[in-house]
Design a protein around this ligand. Structure first.
Ligand code: ADP
Length: 499
């Protein structure tokens, strides 16, 4: 059963239940008030007949033994005149003595159990509902008692047909049933209409999603309803999700293509060298040595690339980085010492050197800093200067590697942190890079809740920076000037931050 049908059914079901409860409530309260009215009528008539008897219906008479007593004159009941109510007088044996003219001689029998009434039952009476002559009626029997000796001398029975009450109740029942049925039909139609309207946007979202799944086109988006409601939020959320998935798939596809491409080059080179050796190269020691050296270089490059990929994969999978207190100034000195032997004709210096301690993963941060240092050495010609710096700024520890090298063009700048991106592929492939070094820097920075930035002017140099959040409670250091080369390279606006 569709959700729409279930919704309509549930709504109609609840409405029907509410109607039923309301209908029952109305029916029973009306019924009760009608019967209370009947009882009031019966008691009022009883009081009137008693008044008639008290006024003249008692007659002093002598008994056969000569005693004087009061006797009830039952014919006085005929004075009582009400078209809706019939009154009867019975003697103590239960025989009918007299009745009002409107009964036309109909002898309604004395109600069962009435003979047991005593003088004390005058005010409570005996109430019965029964059927007589095809007519339902309600009768009230009260004992007639002579005040002089407190003796029951007969019974007064007032009867009232219930025809009008029953008619009212049956009309009410029909009104409730008919009205209820119409209300139920209207509400079911309304619920069906409303639920189909409410679910229409969901249908559209479903259709679009199915279209996306069929066409495998993550570029499509679901329509966003104009009103800022739950469905609007759902559509926006689905579209966000699609955008992220699209981005992820594109990156993934490009990544796989890039990896295959990057692996193919050294493998092809090695295959070429093996063929050289196969075709007699082994007999020529110079050729063999050259081929082996070539293969060693390519193998080293492959190993480096695979290691880089592994590291990236780990940071993608959010492998837990270690969280230990880490003196960044010591780390920077260590990196400086490791880079110095590689510097050759380039001058490697330490610029600002705050003492900063953060919590983080020593090995990963060292690798990131080394990547920046090696890049700087690679892209700085002889006679250039590379400056390593460490300072506190805006609640961050700022590690910088500034060089006076070739710089990066404006078009390349936003992309250098992407995987396999090389500003000048021919040049850096020659130098052995696969375009993974900076993506590792970015990943490491992000894994420490920080980020990596770059500022560069082509032909004059680049400044790469890793920003690491300072642990809470770190006192801000005195502001220090940037490394000598930095100000001209890094005006505040030119910091390109990888999003
Ligand atoms: P690679 O292994 O190719 O160096 P990276 O991710 O480390 O890969 O760097 C990506 C690209 O960014 C490089 O190919 C290079 O063009 C550019 N780049 C990185 N560092 C520097 C730098 N200090 N100066 C100039 N260009 C740089």
């Amino acid at each position: 059963m569709s959700f729409r049908a279930r919704l309509t059914l549930a709504y109609t079901g609840f409405f029907a239940l509410a109607l039923l409860l309301l209908g029952c409530g109305i029916y029973f309260s009306v019924r009760q008030s009608l019967f209370a009215g009947v009882n009031r009528d019966l008691w009022a008539a009883t009081r009137q007949v008693r008044a008639i008897f008290n006024a003249g219906g008692l007659e002093p008479r002598r008994t056969s033994s000569g005693e004087l007593g009061l006797y009830l004159r039952s014919e006085f009941i005929k004075i009582f005149n009400n078209p809706n109510l019939g009154a009867q007088v019975f003697n103590v044996q239960g025989d009918l003595l007299n009745s009002t003219p409107n009964l036309d001689g109909r002898e309604i029998p004395l109600a069962d159990g009435a003979l047991a009434l005593g003088p004390e039952d005058v005010s409570t009476g005996h109430l019965t509902t029964r059927e007589f002559d095809g007519l339902r009626m309600e009768s009230l029997v009260t004992p007639l008692v002579l005040d002089s000796n407190n003796r029951v001398v007969g019974f007064l029975q007032i009867s009232r047909p219930l025809k009008d009450v029953e008619q009212t109740l049956s009309t009410l029942t029909w009104i409730l049933l008919g009205g209820g049925a119409i209300a139920l039909m209207l509400s079911a139609a309304g619920a069906a209409l409303l639920s189909s309207r409410a679910l229409k946007p969901i249908d559209e979202i479903t259709r679009t999603a199915q279209g996306i799944a069929r066409a495998e086109d993550l570029g499509q988006r679901v329509p966003v309803p104009p009103h800022q409601d739950e469905l609007h939020r759902l559509s926006v959320t689905i579209n966000d999700l699609l955008a992220r998935l699209e981005n992820l798939f594109t990156t993934q596809r490009r990544f796989v293509a890039d990896v295959s491409h990057e692996l193919r080059t050294p493998l092809a080179a090695m295959q070429g060298n093996l063929e050289v050796l196969d075709r007699g190269g082994l007999k020529n020691p110079d050729l063999a040595a050259e081929a082996v050296a070539d293969m060693r270089r390519e193998t080293a490059r492959l190993i480096r690339m695979v290691n880089d990929l592994l590291l990236l994969a780990q940071s993608d999978a959010r492998v837990q980085i270690r969280n230990e207190p880490l003196e960044l100034d010591t780390l920077m000195l260590e990196v400086y010492r490791e880079l110095r032997p590689l510097a050759g004709e380039v001058s490697l210096r330490i610029g600002s050197e705050d003492q900063v301690t953060v919590t983080g993963d020593r090995d990963r941060l060292k690798q990131a800093l080394l990547n920046l240092g090696v890049n700087a050495l690679q892209y700085t010609p002889a006679g250039g200067v590379i400056t390593l710096g460490l300072e506190q700024r805006d609640g961050f520890a700022l590690l910088t590697v500034a060089d006076t090298g070739v710089g990066i063009s404006e078009e390349d700048l936003p992309h250098v942190f992407e995987r396999f991106y090389r500003a000048d592929p021919s040049r850096s492939r020659y130098s052995g890079g696969a375009g993974l070094g900076l993506s590792i820097v970015r990943r490491v920075a992000e894994a420490h809740n920080g980020y990596a930035t770059v500022a560069s002017i082509p032909g004059r140099g680049s400044t790469f920076a890793i920003w690491l959040p300072l642990p809470p409670g770190t006192s801000p250091a005195e502001p220090e000037p940037m490394p000598a080369e930095a100000p001209e390279l890094a005006p505040a606006t030119s910091w390109a931050r990888e999003a």
